[in-house]
Design a protein around this ligand. Sequence first.
Ligand code: NAD
Length: 367
Amino acid sequence: MCQKNILIAGLGLIGGSLARTIKSGHPDYHLAAYNRSQAPREFAIQEQLVDQVSDDFAALAVQADVIILNFPVQLSIQFLEILAQLPLKENVLISDSGSTKQEIVAAAEQLFEGKPIRFVGGHPMAGSHKTGIIASDALLFENAYYILTPSALSTAADVEALQALLKDTRAKFVTLSPEAHDAMTAVTSHFPHVVAASLVDNAYDFSQQLPFTVNLAAGGFRDMTRIAESSPDMWTEILMSNPAHIVGQIDHFSQKLATIKQLILGQSREEIWQFFEHARDFRTQMPIHKGAMVNFYDLFISVPDQSDVIHDVLGYFAGHELSIINIKINETRVDVNGVLQITFKTEHDRATAYRLIKENATYEVCN
Ligand code: NAD
């Protein structure tokens, strides 16, 4: 790859994390960053994430061989409009990190038609509930899917060039059409966020009459609604940017609810059992069950309900420097065994933890 001047536009969680990985993978490249506000620019320089920062987007853009836009999608399109007016370097490669792809790829194809500009959409499918450069992490994308969406402005070589630039993300690169990306993420991400927020809203409605309802929201409700705490800014953007596929999901799901409603009204015990059995069966086959769709590796340990159990389990790991992301107890019922779920950053750490628990305790453990 011959690009030397890289511009990271937008130093938030994603832009900051990409800067960290590009810097470590290509220390000889000149890495510049645009950010509107000053604090992230100062942070990026202090932490040596980039070589140069500025709030003058145009001045950096005309110098760049590669530009990666890391804004909400609508804002990225506005930055594409600015780029279309600038005397950019010939064959500059432009990408983005937005969560939807059809809209931005269509905008790029229209704005840059006939120009010597290459555009490949990008979506690193890893994130955090935190925002901003302070939360940026060089390991954020490790083992996560990084979707690349070619356009009429790109060739296979451009996709490869972008992958080479981003190699230190250690992400799993997948090339999809923008349409396929938006259709699939509507199913697995966008629509579930709508459902999660709707479930919480539903509980709110009921709690107006029966305030004690909220106290009964335990493990199942919590697991189903964790993502309802995500950023309203980001999710409003995503719904605005992928309407057809999300509305399609709402229609499809409404039919599913209508079907199960009829089964309940008809007291159709066997069909209701089949409904749950089919879902359970398919979920156990999904890669998510093994943590393969995200960069997390879970270990599930059946533990008794004792106050020192977490302390004991962590004690087995002492001296092994395992990278733990999260620990939680999935309670089944009060006063019975719970399942301790420990989330590791790498498969190696999960396997080591599995071995250590097997060597030191009699708990049932599964991946
Ligand atoms: P963030 O809030 O951490 O950063 C957003 C960036 O946009 C900041 O640099 C901010 O300064 C800039 N910005 C916002 N409004 C601006 C304006 N009017 N003018 C100039 N700059 C402005 O967000 P993020 O999580 O880094 O998200 C960036 C993109 O990545 C979004 O398109 C998001 O959908 C996508 N994405 C996010 C995640 C995630 O989980 N956070 C995961 C994958 C992709």
